[in-house]
Design a protein around this ligand. Sequence first.
Ligand SMILES: Cc1cc2nc3c(=O)[nH]c(=O)nc-3n(C[C@H](O)[C@H](O)[C@H](O)COP(=O)(O)OP(=O)(O)OC[C@H]3O[C@@H](n4cnc5c(N)ncnc54)[C@H](O)[C@@H]3O)c2cc1C
Length: 368
Amino acid sequence: MLRETIRALAETKIAPFAAEVDEEGRFPQEALDALVASDLHAVHVPEEYGGAGADALATVIVIEEVARACASSSLIPAVNKLGSLPVILSGSEELKAKYLGPLAKGDAMFSYALSEPDAGSDAAGMKTKAVRDGDFWVLNGVKRWITNAGVSEFYTVMAVTDPAKRSKGISAFVVEKSDEGVSFGAPEKKLGIKGSPTREVYFDNVRIPADRMIGEEGTGFATAMKTLDHTRITIAAQALGIAQGALDYAKGYVQERKQFGKPIADFQGIQFMLADMAMKLEAARQLTYSAAAKSERVDGDLTFFGAAAKCFASDVAMEVTTDAVQLLGGYGYTRDYPVERMMRDAKITQIYEGTNQVQRIVMARNLP
Ligand SMILES: Cc1cc2nc3c(=O)[nH]c(=O)nc-3n(C[C@H](O)[C@H](O)[C@H](O)COP(=O)(O)OP(=O)(O)OC[C@H]3O[C@@H](n4cnc5c(N)ncnc54)[C@H](O)[C@@H]3O)c2cc1C
């Protein structure tokens, strides 16, 4: 039922704007409005904080179906979870009450600020600093590649509070867009997900109350990594949706397109390609849903499964979307058809929330 609801919403209210959002590189406001109106913008927020209380699998299905129509728009529910999960996992009751309510209502979005210009895969090498000053912390530094920066009201920000301790000297904070000293860089000009703003966030003597710290001092990096264990599965979901959108389009096209006097779908070479695409996609879906169940139960092997689902599903999405372009021939290479957008959008799923090389490092360290 959930899938039917979200698919109908995505097809009528999100898909019609997907090409325009990509072409113009603009925020998909229509998608945000439609998702908020149906309470699907941040489904993971627990009921006690005014949210829909969706479990990890239901959240995956929402993201998957939005991504099938528009990958940029799927970053609304996905990044709302990414940004707020540190608060849900490790925040005080006061922080949860203060920040999850507006998120659940659709009054505010949440972003996640871990990466920096010189600290990507090696995120613990960050330089953004937070220095204690009485009942306040003062933040200085630059975060890079922050999804939905400028649109989100709230930011989970990881900063160094004790440089001598490396990852154990990093703490997490909630920073608000309206805090004095917060500003944003120009939107990045990207290959894909062009409707999702990616910007730098600058902290210039940003003074925030001490109770904005998420969890204990020095636990921020652990919270950031624990968050990714859960949210990599949402990136897998995004990858599944993009791949499914491309497969569905290609499946229809090959039945219409005629060469050598018959639909190209009649050629076994085409049929084998479609069979492989569907087979790999279904394998990725099963792994992703299984990882989502592990996320919900917080199983001991979640870290492996989160990394495996993200890595496998994103590699499949890249393959399937590339093959979809191939199935459309020259037409697939143009913006008159949606599969080239899907191919460009798929690429990011192999890069963010840890590149697929990093996922392999994570898997190797956590073999089941
Ligand atoms: C569109 C977009 C949105 C993003 N959104 C966010 C966000 O909202 N919040 C956030 O905090 N970050 C975000 N990121 C950042 C993203 O997570 C990083 O770009 C990613 O982790 C890689 O870091 P990097 O770009 O510095 O690459 P690097 O770490 O410099 O990696 C370069 C290459 O080296 C490889 N490599 C690095 N180390 C190793 C190793 N040990 N072994 C093998 N290979 C290695 C990588 O896999 C990659 O191929 C986003 C990025 C993009 C592009």
